[in-house]
Design a protein around this ligand. Structure first.
Ligand SMILES: Nc1ncnc2c1ncn2[C@@H]1O[C@H](COP(=O)(O)OP(=O)(O)OP(=O)(O)O)[C@@H](O)[C@H]1O
Length: 344
């Protein structure tokens, strides 16, 4: 086993028996490795199996088949008492915060360490330190209903940290928040990762979240992991055509693209190019003219930051008689190129 690996999921299957005749295969033969210090994103459509797979990491969901290793320890073979100990090292936050409405913010945090070796006084000191860390010490005596969504998620994060976890699982933790609050929570998660060396496993259906903080991604579809790689690679050079289709369809600009593609005439061919906006690529369109005497029409172009790198997406139109060797030549330059056709 890889010695840097903190979490290894080995050939995980999860099947839900729906009735005597039918079973739903929610996760199919999924294997992945998460290293210490990763912010590892799991992306994919609704129902792809993301939550089910991630819930096997702390055995909230027992796999039907396969092994779960955390710190080289196979959790599936542990006794109930050892599993309880192992789970303490894995904190979790959720979309709907899951705070206890009848307890104050401080009591919510104390509750999760009430069986620890700490004295009552130490438990309260710890809760207050954690609230200070997430910037909410002044709210320690209020109840969850008196907080905004972003503040509730900060409390949930403080609570998840109370047992000094090595791993934090975030299941759509920003999905109920507005974009500005989402950014503050993502900044906080990044801080936990760099200051506390916390490994984060993050489920999201928002590609912008994955682009902003994940260093690695696994893409799931119909229970299977289609592809796993560094975030930049997934968005710029996906190896699996279904990954490429998923990230294009799930992207914010897809509607605009579909509209433009719908206006395509019979004699033109549209291609979506994705590439790093570096000096070599600044002359891309001029190079196409010089090398192939084609003049691509630029229909749409956008640039965004992924993992600190500027990535450009450009929709170009070529006349139908473009030279075929142009496509492999672009791919050789590290440019991802996808032909776009009108949806049936
Ligand atoms: N406890 C369960 N019993 C039966 N079926 C389940 C159970 N949990 C999940 N499923 C089914 O397994 C499949 C995968 O669900 P899962 O929640 O893992 O997907 P997801 O990718 O996290 O989706 P979403 O983003 O909508 O939460 C779905 O078809 C879901 O209905």
């Amino acid at each position: 086993m890889d010695s840097k690996a903190l979490i290894t999921l080995n050939h995980i299957d999860v099947t839900f028996q729906q009735n005597q005749q039918t079973a739903l295969h929610a996760v199919k033969d999924a294997s992945l490795t998460i290293n210490k210090g990763d912010i590892y994103g799991i992306i994919g459509d609704s129902g792809a199996g993301k939550s089910t797979l991630v819930r096997t990491i702390n055995l909230l969901q027992r796999p039907t088949n396969g092994d779960v290793f955390v710190n080289q320890q196979n959790l599936t073979t542990l006794s109930a008492a050892d599993l309880r100990q192992a789970r303490k090292k894995i904190g979790m936050i959720f979309q709907h915060f899951n705070l206890m409405a009848s307890r104050t913010i401080e009591e919510n945090i104390v509750f999760s360490i009430k069986r620890s070796a700490l004295s009552k006084k130490q438990q309260h000191e710890k809760a207050q330190q954690l609230l200070a860390y997430v910037g909410l010490l002044d709210k320690k005596d209020v109840y969850p209903r008196q907080l905004s969504g972003g503040q509730k998620q900060r409390v949930a994060i403080a609570r998840a940290l109370a047992n000094n976890p090595e791993i934090l699982i975030s299941d759509e933790a920003t999905s109920a928040l507005d974009p500005k609050t989402t950014n503050t929570i993502l900044d906080l998660l990044k801080r936990l990762n760099s200051e506390l060396n916390l490994t984060i496993v993050l489920i999201t259906h928002e590609l912008s979240v994955a682009k902003k903080i994940c260093n690695k991604l696994a893409v799931m579809q119909h229970g299977e992991i289609l592809e796993q790689n560094e975030t930049l690679r997934i968005f710029t050079q996906p190896q699996n055509p279904e990954t490429a289709t998923f990230i294009t369809q799930a992207s914010a600009e897809n509607r605009v693209l579909q509209q433009l593609i719908g206006q395509q005439t019979a004699t033109e061919r549209l291609f979506l190019l994705t590439y790093e906006a570096n000096t070599a690529n600044q002359t891309l369109l001029v190079d196409l003219y010089q090398d192939y005497q084609v003049i691509p029409k630029v229909i749409y172009s956008t640039t965004e930051m992924i993992q600190g790198r500027l990535i450009t997406k450009t929709l170009i139109s070529l006349t139908e008689n473009y030279p075929e060797s142009l496509i492999p030549a672009l791919q050789q330059r590290g440019i991802q190129i996808m032909q776009q056709t009108k949806e049936a």
